[in-house]
Design a binder for this molecule. Structure first.
Ligand code: NAG
Length: 293
């Protein structure tokens, strides 16, 4: 262990007790608190592996009956990313953040408070490694709060790898998410996707071409060498051309506009603060034509 790792560990101790319990878990073992499966399995096409819940696409319905209330969702997501990053560091599995999670890092090294999902990526080699040795392993963490005297809670997380991860093409559109890190208490999860060498594009002369099954394409130089950063207090890897990647995905405004989804970015606190009294504008319904009398 080098000094940096040691220091990070020491800083982390008040937050996470490293007591991952390694166990091969069966769904039914892990699913202790649910009388009913809300995974929408019956409605999903039969070749789809992961089943999001019927009530919200950012929950795994095997572990959740309802959405987590808004006031604690961010705490759960924070614990989700911290435990994931710590576990991957322990396993020696390289991973980096992407999409909205990367945007949150760009602003203030935190999850965007209106988000309900998290996105990370790994290489094909890492996904192969996780699939081979760690599929369906469950990790139990004791999560305390260093900042107040709340009782530490014990939570358990499941690493599950989609067997379709070996199918490389975008035609397998039902299985674009290669793996998930799932909170077994409430069904919230991190999407883990594999970034693959795009042989077709390289044959056409596009040097360093990479692709994901979700149709995102990159060049090696956009992602590598990975940079080091901090996210929610934990060391994290950041794709090299992060600003370019964010601009391409969300537009330059995503790094300039300081008011979004009922939040305003405060330059003093460096936090997205809720705008008091903000109400989400109602979705406009298509006006229904009255049937003729
Ligand atoms: C992971 O385990 C689950 C449950 O046993 C299984 O359905 C799935 O195919 C496995 N994934 C891989 C990549 O082997």
């Amino acid at each position: 262990m080098n000094l940096t790792t040691l220091l990070i560990r020491l800083c982390l101790l008040p937050l996470l007790a490293f007591s991952p319990a390694y166990a091969d878990a069966d769904f039914l073992d892990v699913r202790t608190s649910l009388d009913r499966d809300r995974s929408g399995k019956r409605g999903d096409p039969k070749d789809k592996y992961f089943h999001e819940s019927t009530f919200h696409s950012h929950y795994d319905g095997r572990f959740a009956q309802k959405e987590v209330s808004a006031d604690v969702r961010l705490d759960h997501l924070t614990a989700l990313i911290r435990t994931f990053l710590s576990t991957m560091a322990d396993l020696g599995a390289e991973t980096w953040i992407m999409h909205g999670t990367l945007l949150g890092w760009w602003w203030n090294e935190k999850i965007l408070p209106w988000d309900s999902d998290l996105d990370v990526q790994v290489t094909e080699r890492t996904m192969g490694f996780l699939a081979k040795y760690y599929n369906m392993t469950e990790y139990r963490y004791t999560i305390g709060n260093a900042l107040n005297d709340e009782e530490p809670v014990s939570r358990s997380y499941l690493l599950e790898i989609n067997p379709h991860y070996t199918i490389r093409g975008t035609e397998d559109y039902l299985n674009v998410i290669d793996a998930r890190w799932i909170d077994t208490e409430n069904g919230l999860f991190i999407d883990i996707s594999t970034v693959r060498v795009d042989h077709e594009e390289r044959k056409k002369g596009r040097e360093g071409a990479l692709m994901c099954k979700d149709k995102h394409t990159y060049l090696e130089k956009d992602i590598f060498p990975l940079r080091e950063g901090i996210f929610e207090g934990i060391t994290v890897k950041i794709p090299y051309e992060y600003e370019w990647l964010l601009e391409e995905e969300y537009g330059a405004g995503s790094m300039a506009v300081t008011e979004f989804e009922g939040h305003k970015f405060s330059s003093t606190s460096k936090l997205w603060e809720p705008i008091p009294g903000w109400v989400r504008p109602p979705k406009r319904r298509p006006t229904r034509k009255r049937p003729p009398p």
